[in-house]
Design a protein around this ligand. Structure first.
Ligand SMILES: Cc1cc2nc3c(=O)[nH]c(=O)nc-3n(C[C@H](O)[C@H](O)[C@H](O)COP(=O)(O)O)c2cc1C
Length: 312
């Protein structure tokens, strides 16, 4: 499994672990990179010092390349971007905005820039401003989502840009990876599947909810605010959706969601916390190590690609 993405990221496999807020810290990122994938630290809204410490701790655990996901709406985005340039990582993925103003800073340090996009228009804009690749993320994903599905978005982005495209959203095993490659993607990014790994530090109750989830167990909250989020259904999503239906103000809804992901990840509050998760949760049946997972993904992908030869 060798594509341009292996070249860009310096990895054995074109498999990226999504930079997940509160979830993707150094233990997970290092384990994924050690296993031949590309681990990401999720900087989310964290201060720059936290990001610096996470980068240093990851480097203590692995000599292999890894990166940071920068949330461009974070109040610390400027400082975090500088810290990343100072500390040096292989690549940055960006969400929630346009990374153009940091491009020069990162490129000068030979850091690859890979924005996450949910539309063809944004993918083209990212290519114009110098992105090395894009992650095309469909709305099956956990966390913040766009409108299009992975199946429809990926081939349209592939046709629209010349840089390599990484597919994300709804990929949980080798069949998903093989399908993404068939759609023209050169790699995949997976989030939900990596939450249920031994090295992922989220509360066991969160992992257990993903393992027990069925295909229809996620809900999308926040459509009324323009910031939709996919998570497993629980009391939190029920109250939120009810309030949205009643026409609650953005402030009231924000208050309800404030700190909810942290409560789920750190305290294991599976009732009132936000259990961000993609629709692929229903496919995840057990917790495995990152090495076991990546080995399994590669084997399954090869099997799926071999099976596709039946139609020749
Ligand atoms: C708990 C959780 C938190 C996430 N946080 C972020 C984030 O901070 N920044 C980001 O770009 N993507 C975030 N994502 C999206 C993932 O990086 C990844 O693109 C997505 O999970 C892929 O879809 P999948 O969950 O179907 O594999 C998050 C996803 C989950 C499940």
């Amino acid at each position: 499994m060798h594509t341009e993405i292996n070249e860009i990221l310096g990895t054995e496999y074109p498999i990226i672990q999504g930079g997940m807020a509160w979830v993707a810290e150094y233990h997970l990122a290092a384990a994924v990179s050690e296993a031949g994938g590309f681990g990401l630290i999720g900087a989310a809204n964290a201060p720059a010092d936290w990001v610096r410490e996470q980068i240093r701790k990851t480097k203590e655990l692995t000599d292999r390349p890894f990166g940071v996901n920068v949330m461009l709406m974070s109040p610390y985005a400027d400082e975090v971007s500088r810290v990343i340039a100072e500390e040096g990582v292989k690549a940055v993925t960006t969400g929630a905005g346009n990374p153009e103003k940091y491009m020069e800073l990162w490129k000068a340090r030979n850091i690859k820039v890979i924005p996450v996009v949910a539309s063809v228009a944004l993918a083209k804009r990212m290519q114009r401003c110098g992105a090395d690749a894009v992650v095309a993320e469909g709305c099956e994903s956990g966390g913040h989502i766009g409108e299009s599905t992975t199946m429809t978005l990926v081939p349209q982005v592939v046709d629209a840009v010349d840089i390599p495209v990484i597919a994300a959203g709804g990929i949980g095993d080798g069949r998903g990876i093989a399908s993404a490659l068939m759609l023209g993607a050169k790699g995949v990014q997976m989030g939900t599947r990596f939450v249920v790994t031994k090295e992922c530090q989220v509360h066991p109750a969160y992992k257990e909810r993903i393992i027990r989830a069925k295909d229809i167990d996620t809900k999308v909250t926040g459509r009324s605010t323009g910031h939709p989020i996919r998570a497993l259904r629980n009391d939190m999503t029920k109250v939120y959706l009810q309030k949205e239906q009643e026409g609650a103000s953005v402030e009231e809804l924000e208050l309800l969601a404030s700190g909810a992901l942290r409560r789920a990840v750190q305290e294991g509050d599976i009732h009132n916390g936000s259990l961000m998760s993609g629709q692929i949760a229903g496919l995840i049946k057990e917790e495995v190590s990152c090495k076991q997972l990546i080995d399994m993904l590669i084997r399954q992908t090869k099997e799926a690609l071999n099976r596709s030869r039946m139609y020749e």
